[in-house]
Design a protein around this ligand. Structure first.
Ligand SMILES: [Zn+2]
Length: 389
């Protein structure tokens, strides 16, 4: 530990400790001051002083009383999730999904728009409308709208520019800057699979795991790699492009330029070419449920290719869990068996020991929840940052 002293440093220590106390209340609310002291190792006088400033800031309030083994019952502290709101947006290949969430990430209002044309000139006005409508629906609160988070199926750089989104046909769209300027709010933009991984980690199937790989399967495939409960982003932020790992040496040509990419065989893209009634996970699943053997076979083939790719992932990362998310969740019943078979035959036994294969708890909402979560995290970081206090 660094030893810090002097007035500037004590202000810094106070900010750090305030962040620790607030995080404790956000995670475990309702709880008493004594419990915070136990959990954080901060002494009771310090906790009381920090809690008083969080109450002044409107982020924490006192409620009723908790259990006590005798004597005076302790007052419990509650995180004020309604002290502000955040917007989450998921821009998919043929839809825009929007969410207004409170500061605990709970959904307050939703929007879903189908998009027929994919270019930025067509999509951006619809995106702005959705954000504007969600902002208008926010209940009055102390901090108002604290920010906007966006997940896009494409490669995004650290400044929020979408460098390349092959399935949307976008190149170099400065999405974060455009949104931030238009709404005068901070905006975080990330890859859709990273946002989905963050959503499942915070609010869904990934809550109990340290190391997990989220595999988003829609019209393409993207992955979000979580190591030690942090997203692994790589040197330039574009890790997890596993949809473009080669699974067929002389396979079909992909829009990325490679041959035999995983997503050509294991995503909704491979259903599209079969036409109706098999052209989407919904349609093929409905047909298979109605006894159509061809539909069940097509989904089984997707499951097999998903399993082949996931076996590679398991051998590389030895994760605690692989979470399948996005549209493939619709077809779980028809793909799970084939995925499990491939994992069982293609992975090293010590790498798959204890592995959990899960489907997203938030279904198709993982990315939009994660995107809102980005805006919320950024807001709390800004409260603790050097410009605050
Ligand atoms: Zn490719």
């Amino acid at each position: 530990m660094h030893r810090l002293s002097g007035t500037g440093d004590s202000a810094l220590i106070r900010r750090i400790n305030t962040a620790i106390v607030l995080e404790c209340i956000r995670n475990e609310s309702p709880l008493s001051r004594a419990r915070i002291s136990e959990r954080t190792g901060l002494n009771k006088a310090t906790v009381s002083s920090l809690v008083a400033s969080l109450i002044d800031a409107g982020l924490v309030s006192e409620i009723g009383t908790g259990e006590s083994s005798g004597g005076r019952k302790p007052v419990l502290l509650l995180f004020n999730a309604g002290a502000g709101h955040a917007i989450g947006i998921d821009v998919g290949v043929n839809y825009i999904r929007g969410l207004l969430a409170d500061l605990a990430g709970n959904p307050v209002a939703r929007r879903e728009i189908r998009i027929a044309r994919r270019g930025p000139d067509e999509v951006l006005p619809l995106l702005y409308d959705a954000i504007g409508e969600l902002i208008a629906e926010a209940p009055p609160s102390r901090y108002g709208i604290v920010g906007i988070g966006v997940g896009v199926s494409g490669i995004v750089d650290g400044s929020g520019t979408v460098l390349f989104a092959p399935n949307l046909e976008w190149r170099n769209v400065p999405l974060g800057k455009l949104i931030a300027e238009r709404f005068q709010l901070p905006c975080v933009v990330d890859n859709e699979a990273n946002a989905g991984a963050a959503g499942e980690l915070a609010y869904g199937a990934g809550r109990g795991f340290q190391d997990q790989i989220y595999v988003s399967v829609g019209i393409g495939i993207g992955t979000g790699i979580i190591i030690n409960r942090e997203l692994y982003r790589g040197k330039s932020g574009s890790s997890g492009e596993l949809g473009h790992m080669s699974v067929e040496a002389d396979g079909r040509r992909c829009s990325c330029g490679n041959l035999g990419c995983w997503e050509l065989y294991a995503s909704e893209k491979s259903l599209l070419e079969h036409g109706e009634p098999y052209a989407s996970f919904e349609a093929a699943t409905a047909a298979a449920e109605g006894g159509d053997e061809q539909a069940a076979r097509l989904l089984g083939a997707i499951g097999r290719y998903l399993g082949i790719g996931i076996a590679n992932i398991v051998n590389i990362f030895n994760p605690e869990a692989v979470i399948l998310g996005n549209r493939v969740c619709i077809a779980e019943r028809f793909v799970r068996g084939a995925i499990e078979r491939e994992i069982a035959t293609r992975t090293q036994s010590y790498n798959r020991a204890g592995l959990r294969l899960l489907f997203a708890e938030l279904g198709e909402h993982s990315a939009v929840r994660g995107a809102a979560g980005y805006a919320i995290s950024r807001f709390f970081d800004s409260l603790n940052g050097p410009s605050a206090g």
